[in-house]
Design a protein. Structure first.
Length: 381
C-alpha cells in the first residue's frame, strides 16, 4: 500500500471513529434527557397525590408529608387548573400570572411540553396539574445542539487549516517546479545564444538571424519569468501603456490573421509600480486564453483607461463566453475547460496580479456565445 493510500485510509478511520463518538455522545445525552424527564414525571405524580391528599384532609389528617412534598419542588414550574382557571402555581413568575394573555400562552407551552396530570380529589370533581421542564432539563435539551455547533466549528477550523496547509504546499511545489524549469531551460538557451553569434558571422540572410534572436530573447524572458515565481519580484515605476503595447505588438505577430487585434490606449503615459517581466506574462496569458476561447478566430481588443488613481486594462474576446457561476472559479488552481491542460494559467495570472502587484482581476462581463471581458486594475503612482 502506498503512503498516500495509507494516509487516506487513516483519515477515513479517524472520521469514522469521530462520527461514532459523536453518535454515542448524542445518544447518551438523549437517554439522560429521557431519564430526567421520567423522573420529573414521577415527582409530579407524587405532587398530584399530595395535592389530592391535602384537598381531602380533615382536622385529624397529618398533612406534614404533602406539605413537605410541595416545599421540595424548587425547579419545576407548575400550574394547578380547575375549570380552565389557574387556582395555584409554583415556580412561575408573577408577571405571567398577573397578565391573562401571558398566562394562557404559558399554560399552552406547558401543555406542549408535558401531558397534564388529572387529579380526581372527589367523585366528579377534577383538577389538572400542568407542569413544564425544569431549567436543568431545558439545558440538557439544548446541549446536543450546542455540541453539534462546536463540532461543526472545530471541523470548519480543521478543514480551513488543512486547506491552507495544502495550498501552501502546492504553492511551494509549483514555485520549485518553476525554478527548476528555468534552470533546465538555461543550459540549452546559453548554447543557442552562442550558435546565433556564430550564424551572424556566416553569409546568412540577416532577417533570419534577427528573427532567431527574437525567439531566443523570448526564451530568455520566459526563463526569467519562471525564475521569479515564488520570489518577491522587484517592482519598477513603468509606463503601463508602453509595456502593454510592447507585449501586444509581439503577440500580434505570432498569431493567425484570423484573429483581428485592436488596442485602445490613452495618448499619455500612465505610470504604475510593476515588474515588467511578470506584467508581460499576465497580458500574454490573458491574450492566449482569449484566443483559445475563440478557437483561433475572432476579434480581440485591449483597452486601457484611467479612473482616478486607478488604471484599468480590459481584454475582450468574441469567444464562447463563461457562465456566471464560473466567474470566480476560473481563477482557481486546476480549473480548466480544455481537454488538455492543468488549469494553472489564470490561477498564476491572478497570483501575479493580486499578490505581486496588489492589483485585482475579475470577469467584468461575459455572455455565452458572444464573448468575455477580463479586467485588470492597478494603482497609479
Amino acid at each position: 500500500m502506498h503512503f498516500s493510500e495509507r494516509r487516506n485510509t487513516t483519515r477515513w478511520i479517524l472520521i469514522s471513529v469521530s462520527f461514532l463518538i459523536i453518535t454515542l455522545i448524542l445518544w447518551n445525552t438523549y437517554n439522560f434527557f429521557q431519564i430526567f424527564k421520567n423522573e420529573e414525571r414521577l415527582k409530579m405524580n407524587l405532587w398530584a397525590s399530595a395535592q389530592k391528599a391535602l384537598l381531602n384532609a380533615n382536622e385529624n389528617t397529618d398533612v406534614d408529608l404533602p406539605l413537605q412534598i410541595f416545599s421540595n419542588n424548587t425547579s419545576v414550574p407548575v400550574l394547578l387548573v380547575m375549570y380552565d382557571k389557574v387556582i395555584s402555581s409554583v415556580n412561575v413568575p408573577q408577571e405571567i400570572l398577573q397578565d391573562e394573555k401571558k398566562s394562557k400562552s404559558y399554560l399552552k407551552n406547558l401543555r406542549s411540553e408535558n401531558e397534564p396530570i388529572t387529579i380526581e380529589y372527589a367523585p366528579g370533581k377534577f383538577q389538572k396539574l400542568y407542569y413544564g421542564n425544569s431549567e436543568l432539563l431545558n439545558k440538557l435539551k439544548y446541549y446536543p445542539i450546542a455540541l453539534l455547533l462546536i463540532i461543526f466549528l472545530c471541523a470548519a477550523l480543521i478543514y480551513n487549516f488543512y486547506k491552507s496547509t495544502r495550498m501552501a504546499t502546492q504553492n511551494k511545489l509549483w514555485a520549485g517546479m518553476a525554478k527548476e524549469t528555468a534552470h533546465q531551460i538555461g543550459t540549452p538557451l546559453s548554447s543557442l545564444i552562442g550558435w546565433v553569434e556564430i550564424l551572424k558571422t556566416e553569409e546568412i540572410d540577416q532577417n533570419i538571424t534577427v528573427e532567431i534572436e527574437k525567439d531566443v530573447d523570448r526564451l530568455q524572458t520566459i526563463t526569467d519569468r519562471f525564475s521569479k515565481i515564488g520570489s518577491t519580484p522587484v517592482l519598477e515605476i513603468k509606463d503601463i501603456v508602453a509595456e502593454t503595447e510592447a507585449t501586444y505588438t509581439y503577440l500580434k505577430t505570432r498569431f493567425s490573421s484570423q484573429v483581428v487585434f485592436s488596442i485602445e490606449t490613452p495618448a499619455h503615459p500612465i505610470f504604475v509600480n510593476i515588474n515588467p517581466t511578470l506584467y508581460s506574462w499576465t497580458i500574454e496569458n490573458l491574450v492566449k486564453n482569449a484566443i483559445d476561447a475563440m478557437k483561433g478566430k475572432g476579434n480581440l481588443k485591449v483597452k486601457i483607461k484611467t479612473d482616478g488613481s486607478i488604471v484599468k486594462i480590459n481584454i475582450s474576446d468574441t469567444g464562447a463566453g463563461i457562465p456566471k457561476r464560473q466567474f470566480r472559479t476560473i481563477f482557481e488552481p486546476g480549473f480548466t475547460t480544455k481537454k488538455r491542460g492543468w488549469g494553472l494559467g489564470l490561477s498564476l495570472t491572478k497570483r501575479i496580479v493580486v499578490e505581486y502587484h496588489n492589483g485585482t482581476i475579475k470577469v467584468l462581463r461575459s455572455e455565452i456565445g458572444k464573448g468575455t471581458t477580463i479586467q485588470l486594475t492597478y494603482k497609479t503612482v
